[in-house]
Each structure stands twice: as structure tokens, then as C-alpha cells.
Design a protein around this ligand. Structure first.
Ligand SMILES: *[C@@H]1O[C@H](CO)[C@@H](O)[C@H](O)[C@H]1NC(C)=O
Ligand SMILES: *[C@@H]1O[C@H](CO)[C@@H](O)[C@H](O)[C@H]1NC(C)=O
Ligand SMILES: *[C@@H]1O[C@H](CO)[C@@H](O)[C@H](O)[C@H]1NC(C)=O
Ligand SMILES: *[C@@H]1O[C@H](CO)[C@@H](O)[C@H](O)[C@H]1NC(C)=O
Ligand SMILES: *[C@@H]1O[C@H](CO)[C@@H](O)[C@H](O)[C@H]1NC(C)=O
Ligand SMILES: *[C@@H]1O[C@H](CO)[C@@H](O)[C@H](O)[C@H]1NC(C)=O
Ligand SMILES: *[C@@H]1O[C@H](CO)[C@@H](O)[C@H](O)[C@H]1NC(C)=O
Ligand SMILES: *[C@@H]1O[C@H](CO)[C@@H](O)[C@H](O)[C@H]1NC(C)=O
Length: 331
């Protein structure tokens, strides 16, 4: 097999190589050993674009292996230059298990986020502008005003400009899920995450992937969704959320933490919810979007600096289109 090496810009630690004989795309990722940062190894990821278009059950895991997904997740963490973890105070307090069901083991809040993060990162300030655009009650249809549409487009434009999203789109394009056209990337993210779909059969537009994952929804008197630490910290700061304790947690070294917690929001319970702490919105959306395509309706195994974690995504079909029903990091 002959290889034609094409370096596609200044993406840290990653080069793309294209096979000219077959349609197989070979991505070479430069991996770094974190216990020994001088040790760098090239790992080759093979993606067959024709497989992802084939309508068979094996298509997703034939396209890209679990080992390759782990390398890609590491590269996405490396690509994300932001790390907010040192600016968040995480106060875990009581551990919850079967012996203390229904108890509140945490008098204090879980997160105290340095307001500098919230006010100085353009993506986060734009994300916060979207918070009042949604009707949390999933029994009520959503309406999108022109202003809300503009805010949403601004947010998407900003995240599409980040290198973490560009790398994700590069990989999805090479796997045949999208083209190399940035307009298609914008459309893909907008449709998947921001277009409305129903969570109730009789309605048409009650929910969006973004609302569910990056904010929260109410269904049958319970909180559903809520898988973003910035939103969690925001509702805690406004005394709307009562954190009751943690069920499990893991540190992704000094990059991020993952936690599974129990809480109530506006008096409505949520038994478990898991999310990253310290990650940027664009990194979360990149990881979720990658897993949504590569491992839909299943667990997507990843690593960060040698620590394993997984992401679960579910897709939902409405009007012959696929949407993010949910996406979250798992423990
Ligand atoms: C990383 O480096 C450490 C220390 O040199 C070594 O023990 C370990 O085997 C390396 N890991 C990999 C995956 O190469
Ligand atoms: C690949 O997909 C098949 C069928 O969906 C499944 O049984 C199998 O566990 C998958 N393998 C991996 C490595 O994910
Ligand atoms: C719950 O956790 C406590 C403290 O770690 C432990 O002592 C207890 O055995 C656990 N109970 C159950 C039912 O797992
Ligand atoms: C979490 O809270 C709910 C109330 O929504 C409670 O029923 C459940 O047992 C709690 N879970 C744990 C592990 O304590
Ligand atoms: C929420 O959970 C608590 C126990 O954690 C329980 O006492 C309360 O009744 C629940 N509230 C609702 C509305 O289900
Ligand atoms: C959600 O909306 C439905 C329909 O209007 C209503 O019956 C229900 O009480 C609302 N739920 C909450 C928690 O406000
Ligand atoms: C949902 O959309 C369909 C088709 O456009 C329409 O017939 C129906 O009335 C809508 N339902 C609601 C509750 O808006
Ligand atoms: C995931 O499951 C949902 C609901 O069962 C289904 O509509 C959707 O097509 C599935 N997605 C994939 C990619 O298999």
C-alpha cells in the first residue's frame, strides 16, 4: 500500500496520511506517554469510508476499533488547550449508597466555579446566553425566536472554530459521516444538537440534545438530562439545586474529574446524573459527537492520560432524522 502524507495544518501531535490505492484512510496520531513525556509513538488509525455508509449492524465497530477510539479521545483532550479544573472548587461531601437511600449527605454545594471562567471564556459566556432559550418542561413545545436562533448560531460558530472540534470533524469526514465542507460541519452540529424533537408522542418540538445534556428537562415530575458541570454550578449558585451526595467519582489526572451524583432541582428529584468537571463545552460536545457516530446507543470506551472512562449516547429518530436523545460520561 502506498501512502501519500498530507499534513493538514498545525494540529498538535496529529498527522493525516491518505492511502492513494484503496479508499482506506489512514490517520497517524502521535501519542505521548504521560509517565514518560519524551516517549512519543505514532499510532495508525485505519478508517474505511465505505463501511460507515453500509447499512449493516457491524458498520460502526468495523470503521474504528475501541483501541483507536481511545487514542482519538486522548488526542481530543490534548487538543483542548483549556483546562478549567484548577479554577473549580469541588466539595464532594457525603458518599451515597444503599445504606443511606433518600438521605441528604451534603449540606454544602458541590461546585464553586471561579467567576473568571464564566465571564472571560467567550464560548462559556455564549453558552450561558442560551440558558433562557428553553422550556424545561418536556410536555410543552419549544419556540425559537430569531434572537435565540442568532445566539445559537453564534455559539455553534465559536465551537466550530476550536481545534478540538476541527479535529473531530476531520475524523468524522474521513469516516464518511460528513464532507470536508465547514458548512456541513455547522449543519451537522446544529441539526444533531439544536433542532427540536419530541419527547412525548403527541408533541413535535419539546426537546433538543443541547437542552437535555447541557441544561436539563422535566419529564413526569422528574429531572432528566443535566450532564454539564457549568450548568450544574450555575443552578447551584442560584440556590435552585440541592446536591445530596456522590455515588462514584474518578480523576482524569489533572485534566478533569468525572462524578455521579444525586440531587434535586427546583424540588424535583434526580436519582443519578454523571458529568465531567473542568472540561470545556467544545471538548464535551466533540467527545459526545464522536461517540454518537461511532458507538450510537452503546458505550464508547475512551481514555485520558491512561485513565479509562466511557461515554454513552442514544440517538432518536424523528421525521427520518437522527438527534441526540442523550449523551453522558459514565462511571
Ligand atoms: C510509559 O513510560 C513508562 C516509563 O518509562 C513505561 O513503564 C510504560 O511502559 C510506558 N507505557 C507505554 C504504553 O509505552
Ligand atoms: C461490534 O458489533 C457487534 C454487533 O452490534 C457487537 O456484538 C460487538 O460486541 C461489537 N464489538 C465491539 C468491539 O464493539
Ligand atoms: C455504604 O458505604 C459505607 C461507607 O463506605 C459502608 O460502610 C457500607 O457498608 C456501604 N453499604 C452498602 C450497603 O454498600
Ligand atoms: C437518590 O435520590 C433519590 C430520590 O430521587 C432516591 O430515591 C435514591 O435512592 C437516591 N439514590 C441513592 C443511591 O441514594
Ligand atoms: C425526592 O426524594 C426524597 C428523598 O431523597 C423524597 O423524600 C421526596 O419525597 C422525593 N420527592 C419527590 C417529589 O418525589
Ligand atoms: C408541564 O406541563 C404540563 C402541560 O402543560 C403540565 O401539566 C405540568 O404540570 C407541567 N409540569 C411542571 C413540573 O411544571
Ligand atoms: C405536529 O406536526 C404535525 C405535522 O406537521 C401536525 O399535523 C400536528 O398537528 C403537530 N402536533 C402538534 C401537537 O403541534
Ligand atoms: C438507537 O435506538 C433508537 C431507539 O431504539 C433508534 O431509533 C435508533 O435508530 C438507534 N440508532 C442507531 C444508530 O442504531
Amino acid at each position: 500500500m502506498r501512502f501519500l502524507t498530507v499534513i493538514v495544518g498545525a494540529i498538535f501531535g496529529v498527522t493525516f496520511c491518505k492511502s492513494s490505492q484503496h479508499d482506506v484512510i489512514v490517520i497517524q496520531l502521535l501519542t505521548v506517554n504521560y509517565t514518560n513525556p519524551c516517549q512519543r509513538t505514532f499510532i495508525t488509525v485505519h478508517i474505511d469510508p465505505t463501511l460507515s455508509k453500509r447499512n449493516n449492524k457491524k458498520k460502526y465497530n468495523d470503521t474504528i476499533t475501541n483501541a483507536e477510539l481511545k487514542i482519538i479521545s486522548q488526542s481530543l483532550f490534548d487538543e483542548d488547550k483549556k483546562n478549567f479544573l484548577s479554577l473549580v472548587n469541588v466539595n464532594y461531601q457525603g458518599f451515597l449508597n444503599a445504606s443511606n437511600i433518600g438521605e441528604d449527605q451534603a449540606p454544602e454545594s458541590l461546585l464553586q466555579i471561579d467567576t473568571n471562567i464564566l465571564n472571560n471564556d467567550p464560548i462559556i459566556t455564549n453558552m450561558k446566553r442560551l440558558y433562557d432559550n428553553f422550556e424545561m418542561n418536556s410536555s410543552i413545545d419549544e419556540i425559537k425566536t430569531d434572537e435565540e436562533e442568532m445566539e445559537e448560531n453564534d455559539f455553534i460558530k465559536l465551537i466550530m472554530e476550536t481545534s478540538v472540534m476541527k479535529l473531530t470533524m476531520e475524523i468524522l469526514a474521513k469516516a464518511g459521516f460528513t464532507s470536508s465542507d465547514p458548512h456541513h460541519h455547522f449543519k451537522l452540529i446544529k441539526t444533531l444538537w439544536f433542532d427540536f424533537y419530541p419527547r412525548h408522542r403527541k408533541l413535535n418540538r419539546t426537546s433538543s440534545g443541547f437542552e437535555h445534556v447541557f441544561l436539563s428537562e422535566i419529564k413526569k415530575g422528574k429531572i432528566i438530562g443535566l450532564h454539564n458541570w457549568i450548568y450544574f454550578g450555575n443552578v447551584e449558585r442560584h440556590n435552585q439545586l440541592n446536591y445530596k451526595g456522590w455515588l462514584s467519582k474518578v480523576k482524569l489526572r489533572d485534566r478533569a474529574q468525572v462524578v455521579k451524583v444525586n440531587f434535586s432541582l427546583n424540588g424535583l428529584n434526580k436519582t443519578v446524573s454523571s458529568f465531567f468537571i473542568g472540561t470545556s463545552p467544545e471538548l464535551e460536545m466533540a467527545l459526545y459527537t464522536l461517540c454518537f457516530h461511532m458507538r450510537p446507543n452503546r458505550s464508547c470506551r475512551m481514555t485520558c492520560d491512561g485513565i479509562p472512562f466511557s461515554i454513552t449516547t442514544y440517538s432518536l429518530t424523528h421525521d427520518n432524522r437522527k438527534f441526540v436523545a442523550t449523551a453522558y460520561v459514565n462511571l
